[in-house]
Write a new protein. Structure first.
Length: 225
């Protein structure tokens, strides 16, 4: 079994994270993971990037956390790229692009939520509703989109209610469900992710396997908590 984190934030790019690259590599290797997707908050979310910089400089800084983890993890952990877009508190995990493609798509920041799922599909991206019912515990407004093809049905940082509602929504609308830790700090008690029978080879390989519903959601106690 090969275990992969799908939802993790670095302090280098996400303002709410307290995790440096060494923290991430140590934590996931200690807990038996084969790899991790770095999904920092993008420029329209809780980013640590200086938004006054030109767009290319913003993207360079946004990708710094991913680059640092990849460098530290050599020979120990596979590291893949993703990002998390935000729409007034509604978050979407995105997989399938890298730094080069983000540089070529400044229009991403202009896409409204109601068209975001279609935009991702048209550009070969996998879009996943991150903790879609977080609003059930924090706000009075939940945004859902039928065009977003997958749902985070288990988020290790969220309540049982949030996860239960996410799972019910995915089942009712026949959407793929994934699990993720949404990790921001070393001390988080529970972790999650997807387990596969074979090792992942790329972000595109991950997308194809998720669409085939091959991954198994895992829930494990963090050994370093």
């Amino acid at each position: 079994m090969y275990l992969y984190e799908t939802h993790c934030h670095t302090a280098a790019a996400s303002a709410c994270s307290r995790l440096c690259a060494d923290d991430i590599v140590e934590l996931y290797t200690a807990n038996g993971y084969s790899g991790v997707f770095i999904t920092d908050h993008f420029l329209n979310g809780n980013t640590a990037v200086d938004r006054s910089l030109p767009y290319p400089a913003q993207i360079r800084d946004f990708c710094r956390g991913f680059r640092e983890v990849k460098e530290r993890a050599k020979g120990r952990l596979q590291v893949f790229f993703g990002f998390e877009c935000s729409f007034c508190g509604t978050d979407v995990l995105v997989y399938g692009w890298d730094e080069v493609q983000l540089l070529a798509h400044a229009d991403l920041l202009d896409v409204p939520f109601e068209k975001f799922g279609s935009y991702c599909a048209e550009n070969g991206l996998l879009a996943v509703h991150a903790h879609p019912f977080r609003g059930a515990e924090e706000t009075d407004h939940v945004r859902l989109s039928p065009q977003i093809e997958a749902v985070e049905t288990y988020n290790a940082a969220r309540s049982d209610l949030c996860n239960k509602l996410g799972a019910q929504y995915a089942e009712a609308h026949k959407k793929v469900g994934i699990g993720g830790s949404d990790l921001h700090a070393r001390g988080q008690k529970m972790l999650s992710g997807l387990a596969f029978d074979e090792k992942l080879t790329s972000e595109q390989d991950f997308i194809e396997r998720v669409r085939r519903r091959e991954g198994t959601i895992v829930k494990i106690a963090n050994k370093l908590a």
